[in-house]
Write a protein that binds this ligand. Sequence first.
Ligand code: ATP
Ligand code: MG
Length: 426
Amino acid sequence: MSKTISAVRGMKDIFGDEARAFDHLVDTATDLLRRYGFQPIRLPVVEKVELFVRSIGEVTDIVEKEMYVFEDRNGDVLALRPEGTAGCVRAVVEHNLTRGQIQKLFYVGPMFRRERPQKGRYRQFHQLGVEVFGVETPEADAELIALTARLWEALGINGLRLELNSLGSADSRRRYREVLVAYFREHYDQLDEDSKRRLETNPLRILDSKNPDMQALIEAAPKLTDHLDEADRAHFEQVRAYLDDLGIEHVVNPTLVRGLDYYNRTVFEWITTDLGAQGTVCAGGRYDGLVEQIGGKPTPAVGFAMGIERLMALLLERNLLPYRSVADVYVVAVGEGAQRPAMVLAEQLREALPTLKVQLNAGGGSFKSQFKKADKSGAAYALVLGEDEVAARQVGVKPLRGQGEQEMVGWDELADHLQGLFCCYL
Ligand code: ATP
Ligand code: MG
């Protein structure tokens, strides 16, 4: 045997219950997104590195130390995408998707960040991202938050905390920056190395520091919310008023600045205390300047991304995965002469009943061994086909859960019969 090859550190395989949780999450979210008028978009995993430097910002953790960057054979410098918004904005600009209209898009896919792997933090992870282009007014922010709240409800996830802040406009941020720099200069000796560096380059980033020793200093720092201008303040108040009207509880966290530079005005995070330090399951905000920054016409925008692995862990930890068997009916076919008719029968059922999960026994075996597999599949009924049944064009329908005798049903009546048995379910 050859030596085995393992997956790359921080890049995990998703299978079994986790894969089912992944699908459940994406299916539920997709249904909901369509109800809110969103359309899917599929984007490349690789982009020019410049896109991320220009959008996420040069002095951010992502761009400084987390990106997978490589040189293509023709000398282009490319990166595995660390997030989806930048690529989505690039596509919107490149294909002129807004043309002055509102555009509501969503995507699901892998993202790559070279972080220290730990629970809820991987080097390849997945996000479900949602972006709205062309709405400046606060109803877009509020509606996106309402959508996420409805998603938690649909998934049965209780007790997430919604934190909200406003970063204001570029102007008010500039004013605030000066105040903040003055404050941190006064306490220069309490800054860690990262923060000292950021004081010169991107002082707001200091507020995003995860260093526990820095938290008291950050707590006491001047608040961005106290430096908003009138229009920013009104925008923020309106977002909050909408949330109040919808009964969506939230707390204002003045130190919430997010790890990416493109945000302005509303930023928000949904946080759980159940997953240790990696508690943010969904995060987003407004980024009115980004489209222009990427070369498009000025277009307001707001969006968010959910961390699928973290939500997946939450669903499994709280046992919120609905039970779904791999099969509704399991076709048992015994004897040489039953194999080909069984294949035809299974296909006929799949055609007649598009939502019925039909599993056909594979690999032969005795009645007993096939029934064992039927039972394990979770199917509610075994459809039994032996050579006698084939000769009589009949099928034995045997309940596998609870009591009940096997019934003989003619081939031509079988679809109707199953429709009756599964009436509410199909
Ligand atoms: P964190 O503060 O946890 O590093 P972030 O602010 O870097 O998160 P965003 O860029 O806002 O994260 O990404 C949105 C969401 O994607 C996060 O809230 C989280 O749920 C998920 N996410 C981010 N990085 C990772 C990762 N390395 N592994 C798994 N999920 C991640
Ligand atoms: Mg991060």
